[in-house]
Each structure stands twice: as structure tokens, then as C-alpha cells.
Write a protein that binds this ligand. Sequence first.
Ligand code: NIG
Ligand code: FE
Length: 390
Amino acid sequence: MSSTAIVNIATLVTNDPSLGDTSPLGQVRDAAVVIDGDRIVWTGGSSEAPATDDRVDAAGRAVVPGFVDSHSHLVFAGDRTDEFNARMSGRPYGAGGIRTTVAATRAASDAELEANLTRLLTEALRQGTTTIETKSGYGLTPEDEARALRLAARHTDEVTYLGAHIVAPEYADDPAGYVDLVTGTMLDACAPHARWIDVFCERGAFDGDQARAVLTAGRARGLHPRVHANQLTHGPGVRLAVELDAASADHCTHLTDADVDALAAGRTVATLLPGAEFSTRAPWPDARRLLDAGVTVALSTDCNPGSSFTSSVPFCIALAVRDMGMTPDEALWAATAGGAAALRRTDVGRIAPGARADLVLLDAPSHVHLAYRPGVPLVAGVWRRGVRVL
Ligand code: NIG
Ligand code: FE
């Protein structure tokens, strides 16, 4: 194994207050970080960096933890440009568009799906994402859902079974029959390939009772719950997520005080997905309200062809700062340590001895530029598991 020191870092964000200033970001100025194999082994002042095999000069730029995108839907075929165009002329977003992608995904070969998945993963990596969760949900048959999960599992450990995305078209007149399939034969086919189970708990998708049935069946098979909750309307999703100790309630766009109180009292992370509000012209989720209530907040892309076709965490950070009441510090934490919390991971989302060596070098003196210079490609270097990939 060889060791590398990255030196002359203007600001190093560790997300570990014991290593830097006392803020949650644990920042170190004039810093260095040492990688050995796939792990971080040292952080500190640049002038104190130990001898290593290699040295990289950050030349006064910032280093932050690799982004942890804890919510994406990357196994699909086709796109929905026409739907987006219609929306920008005033048509509202609805869950029905998912059917378009289901048809295209079922018709695609494994090779086509994998090529699209790989393209999007590469796109995300180039923008600093070093850990990514991704879901099924555009197959909606036992075979098509299991195929999506198998393909996803070739690329990431964070794989989520979302057979309960919408009721499959064949079951339009028999939603109860579809829930039986999702919790029966389809779960049998999918459980071996996934870590998580998710459900779209929303009017037009699955109600609270159906969502509970899906999540508890998955849990009985060793899958941990996460929930698409309160995206389009108020509903029971967030409270159900907290009740079942789901790792994350995702979207959280429409929240009552009771929802916020439940999140504050539980362990469930609120994952905000501003790419969806951007692309559907919906009201922004109120991150400030959640943070002020003491809720742990994550920021992710929701990358999918319908509601949020962006793989860019920096873009989501800029939106969260501009429109959701987050400070640049809070948004960066949410996109790194917050994403890790939403995946119940402690090995990623921070730059500290023992953590996985996932780092992003920014072409800027600090992470504040991610929001201050929106749309500018600031990612100048990416290390994943200790290997420089950009
Ligand atoms: O997270 N809300 C449900 N699922 C996706 C949208 C999927 C689609 O429109 O294709 C989401 O926004
Ligand atoms: Fe989603």
C-alpha cells in the first residue's frame, strides 16, 4: 500500500469537530490530509504532515469529504424531456409519468440499462459523489425489479428495493393485489439483492396502510426501511417513517408541526431533494424549520428521469442555500455527513483517521463557493477509496 499526503489545503472540512474548529464542519486551515490505501490515516496542519510516498499540492484550495448522495433512481431507460417541457408550460407534475419510464425500462436490454446507469454514475463521480444509493422502481414485475437491483448492486452497496413506486399498470384495478405481489413474490426475488426497502407513500401511489404493509414485510426479510414521504401533499409518510425507525424520510416538502416534532424526537433523517422542487416548480422544502427543530437533515439529488434529472450535488447545495434557508456550512454537512447518516454509515461523509479515503478537491479556497458560484464546475479532484479518479 502506498501513502499520499495532500498538502497546502486552504480549508479542510473534516466533519469532525475534534479535529478542527469546534463547528460541525470541524474545519482545519492550512491543512494536510494523509491517505494510506483506502483509508484516511492523518489530518492536521500542512507544515506537520508526516513523510509519505506521494505528495499532492492543493495550492491553497479546499478539500471536503466526498458527497454522499443517499437518494437516486438510476436504473431506467428513456427520458421524459416532453413531460419536462410541458411542465415548464404550466402542466403540473404527477406520479403518473413514472409509467412512461416503466414501459421504456421493461423494453430495454440489460446492456442498455447498465450503459445508462454507468453513464450517470460517472457523471455523479465527476461532480464529487463518492457514495451513492440507487433504487429499483421502474420495473414493477418480480423479474424487472430484481434485474434492476442486480445491475445496481454491481456498482454500489446502497441498493434499495422500490417495487412500491406506483401500482404496476397491470394491477390498476387491483391495488391490493399489487401490494400482495410487492410483499410476496417480488420481495422474494428482490430481497437478496438489496439493503433497503422504500415506498412512495403519496396520494396516487400508496396510502399509509399499504406503505406500512410494504415496509414491515421488507423488514421481516432483513431490508431496512426508508420512505418517499410528503413530497406532493401532506400525508402519513413522515410519521410512519419515524414510527418504523426508517433511516430516512425523503422529500419532506409538505410537513405539519406534528411531522417536524416526530422527526425531532426520532432517529429518522429528513432527506431534502431540491432538484425535484426545481424540476417540478414545487414549493421548496423548509430546511430552516427542520434544522431549528433539531432534525438531522441530508441533501441528495433524487436523480431520476421524471422529477429531478440532475446528478449534481453541488447544484443541490446551491439551491438549498439560496432557497431553503440553509447556510453554506449546513448544506455541505447535509450533503456529506447528513447523507451518511441517512444511510446509517459512519465510514463515509467525514475526513478523519479510519474513515474511507473519499475526498473532493475544489477549485476554490472554501466550500462556500459551491453556493456562491452556482453552476461553475468547481470539482478539481476526486479520490474514492484512496484512488484518485479525477
Ligand atoms: O422521488 N416520488 C417518486 N419518485 C421519484 C419520481 C420518479 C419519476 O417521476 O419518475 C421522486 O421524485
Ligand atoms: Fe425519489
